[in-house]
Design a protein around this ligand. Structure first.
Ligand code: FES
Length: 176
C-alpha cells in the first residue's frame, strides 16, 4: 500500500483582476442595499447584485467584480465562479443586441447549426464576435430551458423559439 501523501488541488485558481474598484451613484447603492436586506446570508444576493453591476457598466468588468467581492465579503474567485457559470452574465463587452443561440442537444437536432450559420452570415460575424457598429454580438450557449420549442435563441431577456431562417430574418430586420 502506498504511503505517498495525496495532493489535493484547489477547485479553482485565484483570479487577478487588478486594483480598481467600481463605484456607483447613491441611487444604485440604495438599490443594492435593498437587495442585501432581503437575504439572511449576504452571498445569496450575488445574482441580483451582478445584474445591477452589469446593467450599470455594460458587462461584469474587473472593477465590477472587485466591487461585488467587497460588498458581499467574498473572494474574487467566488464572484468569478458565478459570473462565468451563467450565460446571462457577460464577462466581456457585448453589442446592443446580444444573440445567444442555444447549441445543446434538442436545438442541435432541430437545426441550430443552420440557424447559427444564417445569423452569422447575415451579420458578417462568427460566434463570439460583435459587429463593427457594436450593434450585435453572437454567442453559442448551453441549454436555455426551452427545449420543447427548439431551435431557439435569446436576445437580451427575450426568447425567440421554433426558429426558421425566415423567422430569423424577420427578427433581425426588426432590430436594424
Ligand atoms: S436544448 Fe436548446 S433550449 Fe434546451
Amino acid at each position: 500500500m502506498s504511503t505517498q501523501p495525496i495532493q489535493i488541488q484547489p477547485l479553482s485558481q485565484p483570479v487577478d483582476i487588478g486594483d480598481e474598484i467600481a463605484s456607483f451613484s447613491a441611487d444604485v447603492e440604495r438599490e443594492i442595499d435593498a437587495h442585501l436586506a432581503k437575504y439572511p446570508v449576504m452571498r445569496s444576493a450575488i445574482l441580483p447584485l451582478m445584474f445591477i453591476v452589469q446593467r450599470e457598466r455594460g458587462y461584469l468588468d474587473a472593477p465590477g467584480v472587485a466591487y461585488l467581492a467587497r460588498r458581499l465579503r467574498l473572494r474574487i474567485t467566488d464572484i468569478w465562479e458565478v459570473a462565468t457559470f451563467y450565460s446571462m452574465i457577460y464577462t466581456e463587452p457585448v453589442g446592443q443586441y446580444h444573440i445567444q443561440i442555444c447549441k445543446t442537444l434538442s436545438c442541435k437536432i432541430m437545426g441550430e447549426p443552420g440557424i447559427t450559420d444564417h445569423v452569422c452570415k447575415k451579420l458578417g460575424i462568427k460566434p463570439g464576435e460583435t459587429t463593427a457598429d457594436g450593434k450585435f454580438t453572437v454567442s453559442l450557449v448551453e441549454c436555455l430551458g426551452s427545449c420543447g420549442t427548439a431551435p431557439m435563441f435569446q436576445i437580451g431577456f427575450d426568447y425567440h423559439e421554433n426558429l426558421t431562417t425566415a423567422k430569423v430574418d424577420q427578427i433581425l430586420d426588426s432590430l436594424t
